[in-house]
Design a protein around this ligand. Structure first.
Ligand SMILES: NC(=O)c1ccc[n+]([C@@H]2O[C@H](COP(=O)([O-])OP(=O)(O)OC[C@H]3O[C@@H](n4cnc5c(N)ncnc54)[C@H](OP(=O)(O)O)[C@@H]3O)[C@@H](O)[C@H]2O)c1
Length: 337
């Protein structure tokens, strides 16, 4: 792949007589411009051609590198599965006559590099700009509109408030069941299955055929249904319907998992310490409390119950106590309250 493209172009460049050339046109690909999954070598080879055009132009040669999108007809679009996959991602097949006219125009204007492609920006942006902003395309009017539409579409107020209302009347177990069904139904819709039954709750999304694009579609559907801002990587961070349901449950109605509660308390502690950076007195008070807590967090000791003491109060089991109650006990031990 590399040899055919790179060595071919380099050889031509060396052999051609710049003084007699009207144009030196390199056929490159948008795989080297915005990337293309599974085509790293092809992308690198094409990026080389784009750079070669710059070098040639600066040496006085009328070089133009054209990074093509997908041509209709024979070639890449006709390879089984490739055309459909690119269309799904918003790269449409180019009408050859329009593509050739665009190339002639670019060469005529003395462009060194152009990307020519037929793109459905609404679709393209879904995958390409899901994880982070993309300055490469963000000033295109169609992209701006697509991004604005996406923000507006993201939350379906009626659906999400209805869901919250339903959840608030359910036990935690029923809440989780309801959310698992929601995730399964959304995942089935994204994968084109007829029913939620086709998405087993414990089966990894990857095994079910999810890729980066369908993962984003699932995220968008669930964000709309729940009103929760969800990360683009959600289906990878929480890889099954059950895992996402639990994540959504803790986002929507909070968590009763002691570990989750403790993690969030420690996060708050970290933030608080940063805020108290210059308050020596306050920091020393917090440090004292932490010194008392630390031995109890050791895995060697018992995590259940606490040493009996005059201030032990009614907390037989640390897991029964809220964070405030724990601090209350500590206050008593420190004689602060
Ligand atoms: N088709 C597209 O949608 C598309 C999109 C982006 C960029 N491009 C670029 O446009 C160009 C043409 O694409 P295409 O789809 O028309 O390709 P294609 O139908 O596969 O034709 C490729 C041509 O390159 C020749 N070739 C392949 N390997 C070679 C090697 N090692 N040494 C010498 N010749 C070799 C082939 O020769 P044989 O006939 O003897 O095999 C064939 O004539 C390529 O550079 C491609 O990267 C195409």
């Amino acid at each position: 792949m590399m040899a055919a493209k790179v060595a071919g172009a380099v050889n031509l460049d060396e052999l051609l007589d710049a003084s007699t050339l009207e144009a030196f046109v390199l056929f490159s690909s948008n795989a080297g411009v915005w990337g293309s999954g599974g085509q790293a070598v092809y992308a690198a080879a094409n990026a080389f051609l784009d750079a070669l055009a710059v070098r040639c132009r600066s040496a006085g040669l009328p070089a133009t590198s054209v990074a093509w999108g997908m041509w209709a007809g024979q070639g890449m679009a006709s390879v089984e599965g490739v055309g459909q996959e690119l269309s799904r991602r918003g790269v449409r097949a180019m009408d050859p006559e329009r593509a050739v006219a665009a190339m002639a125009d670019a060469v005529g204007r003395g462009e060194t590099f152009v990307a020519i492609a037929a793109v459905d920006w609404e679709r393209f942006v879904t995958g390409f700009a899901s994880a982070r902003p993309r300055p490469l395309i963000s000033d295109l009017p169609e992209v701006r509109t697509a991004l604005q539409n996406r923000e507006q579409d993201l939350v379906d107020e009626d659906e999400s408030s209805g869901l919250l209302k339903r959840l608030s009347g359910l036990s935690r177990v029923r809440q989780e069941e309801e959310l698992v069904e929601l995730v399964r139904a959304q995942a089935a819709a994204v994968l084109g299955h007829g029913s939620a039954q086709d998405v087993p709750a414990e089966r990894a999304f990857k095994e079910l055929g999810f890729d980066s694009l369908t993962a984003v579609e699932l995220r968008n559907g669930l964000a709309a249904a729940t009103g929760v801002r969800l990360p683009a990587t959600m289906a990878f961070d929480h890889p099954t319907a059950t895992a996402i349901a639990r994540f959504l449950q803790s986002e929507l109605v909070g968590s009763d998992d002691p570990l989750t509660l403790m993690r969030s308390a420690i996060d708050q502690l970290e933030t608080g310490l940063a805020l108290l950076e210059s308050d020596e007195e306050a920091r020393s008070e917090i440090t004292k409390r932490l010194h008392i807590l630390l031995p109890r967090s050791g895995s060697g000791g018992s995590s259940r119950g606490r040493e009996a003491g005059p201030d032990a109060g009614e907390y037989q089991d640390v897991e029964d106590a809220t964070i405030d109650e724990l601090f209350e006990v500590l206050d008593n031990e420190l004689g602060n309250s």
